[in-house]
Structure formats: structure tokens, C-alpha cells
Ligand binder design. Sequence first.
Ligand SMILES: Cc1ncc(COP(=O)(O)O)c(C=O)c1O
Length: 386
Amino acid sequence: MKIANRINKIPPYPFVQISRTIAQKKSEGIDVISFGIGDPDIPTPDTVIESLTKGSLKDINHRYPESEGLPEFRLGVANWYSKRFGIELNPDNEIISLIGAKEGIGHVSLALLNPDDIALIPDPGYPVYSIGTLFAAGQDYIMPLLKKNNWLPDLTEIPEEIARKAKVMWLNYPNNPTGAIVQDSYLNDVVEFAKKYDITILHDACYTEIYYDNYLPKSFLNIPGAKDVGIEFHSLSKSYNMTGWRIGMAVGNSEIIKALEIVKSNLDSGAPQAIQEMALAALSLDQEYIETRNAIYENRRNKIVETLNNIGLYVDPPKASLYIWAEVPEGYSSKDFSEQLLEECNVLVSPGTSYGKYGEGFVRLSLTLSDDKIDEALTRIAKWKQ
Ligand SMILES: Cc1ncc(COP(=O)(O)O)c(C=O)c1O
């Protein structure tokens, strides 16, 4: 078969590799506990499932949806943005439904990049930013996320000629994989930078609803001028334990939303309507639901941080996101450390390099395992000796 070059250029999806390793161990009868994938173990709320049951019985939901999403869905998203962030969005042209944020993140590059256009991409980061760029024949320019910069790209390190040529910049806070958060002052600089160099900002806000220690993440659109320069991706996946239902949204600048809609209407037919109705039910839940759920993650975070610190891994407890980003002990690479932990403890943590070369020296642990499994994994890890 003559497969396109772009397919051959794709590095294996890191989670696929992780799944294979676990499958191999399992086939040998070994019980591996995996901190690998950020997929909530806590079920979708009951009322949300009930809305699907009702929605599935409506004939109208058996037919093609519209790419932009139901008017009710877009209104529900507008109301949620207003209530949660104090941001007013026009449901007619500033909101579009997505079949999960991943779909929109992948497709938006087709809407914005011409071949060889530059996309500024954080490393370590969610791999789909660069894969979408590759599919659109764009070029990555890597913005390293370093501990000394609090895991924020150093805008002053982007060479003038790259900034002038760049078309888009990807950002993601609360951040996967580092768990970092961002301050308004930084985002103000981002908006100024975007205006100066005419760069579109694509902010991935999938983790704003997973927060701890009384920290409440904001939206990029809270920053004055943000809507002039960009859009934000959101997802029900992590916010409401709905990864399996595939529903999200992009919101913000109407020209970008329109361009994304054109791509989507030509490549997909939108999110199933009954699933959009589930999203509406979820978005109308009280913030108390989120906070009760976050207390479970916070407790897990605390346990994991304590155990890792005890065996000599430095961890800064994250204030948001589903991830612990731990510095591996001296003398180890991310890969060596992950492999040793898997070999000796049958516990899987993701090597930081799965998210880019600047992830070297770190491993990522997801908080989406049941408490029992976490306790068992931590008992195994506590016995680990260098
Ligand atoms: C940073 C980030 N963005 C987007 C996504 C995709 O979310 P969705 O399930 O809505 O496609 C993920 C999923 O892990 C993620 O970590």
C-alpha cells in the first residue's frame, strides 16, 4: 500500500505504546497498575445518563445533527461561560460543538494553517497540537516549558523572525502534563504578543474544572482583548467524567469559529444530538458537584505526592489538572525510571518524554485510578529502592 508521508511521519501515539506494554504484562499474568492515561474512573453523573435515556427516545435525535451544534447546546454553553467565568458569548457565532476537544484541536489547523505556516507549540504538551499541524502541512516551532519558567513558554525567547512568520500559538492551562497554572499577567502578555505579531491564540482549557486548594482557574477569554486574537477549547470529558461520550466545544473569535465550522461541516456531521443534550444536563449541574468530585482527586493527589516525596522524587503538588508531574531521581532518564518502576513494582507511570523532549527528567501520574488501586500502587512504590 502507498500510505501518505504524513502518516509515516507520525510518532507512535504514546498511549498506544503504554497500552501495549500493559497488555504484554497482563498476558504474563502480571497485575500492572497504570497511572498512564487521564481517563476518569468516576462515572458520569446519573442525571446526565438519564438525559441520554430520554434523548435517545426522541426521533429527531436519530437524524443528522448540524456541525455547529444544537441552538440549545450553544445557548447552554453560553450560559455556563457566563455563570462560571463571567464571560458573555454569542451562541449564534462564537460557539461550536465538538466531538470531544481532540476533534476540534485536530481540525482547527486545517482552518488556520497554509502549508509551511508556523505553529508555536509547547513542549511537553498534548501531542495533538503538533499532529494537527502536521496534517495541515504546517511547521512546528517548539516553545519549551521549563520548570524555571513555571512551565510557561518564554515569549522573549521566540526569535523575532519566527514570531513574525508564526500563524498560531497553542497554550494549555491548567496544563497537561505539568499540572501548571497560569496567571492573568502572563496571559495579558500573550494577548499583546498575539496582537503585535498577528498570531492566533488557541487555548486548550480542558482542565479548568479540575482544581484544588481553593484555586479557581479562569478562562483565557477573561483576559481583555483575548476574543480579538483567539479561541478556547473546552471539553466535558474531564469536567464531568464524560470521556466516553465525546463532547466538547470551541468558543471565542467568530471568524475562527466560522472557519472551523467550514472544516467540520465538510468532514464530520457534528456531535450526536442526544450527546449534546447530555452535555446540557452536565453544564447545568451545580458547581458543588465539581467541588465534591475534586475533593476525591485532591485526596489522591495528597497521597501520591507524599509517597513520591518519600522515595526521593521531587513533586510540586499541582493546583489544578489531573496530573502529578514528578522529577525522577538523579541519574535516571524518564524512560529508565518508568521502565524500572514497571519492572520492579508493576506500576506504570508515563515517561515525561511521551509529551515531548523537554519532558525529559519527569514522569506523569494521572489521578484517575480508584482509591484502592492507588493505595496498592503506593504500597508497591514505597518499597522501591534506588
Ligand atoms: C490537554 C488536553 N486537551 C484535550 C484533550 C482531549 O479531550 P477530549 O476528550 O475532549 O477529546 C485531552 C485529553 O486527554 C487533553 O489532555
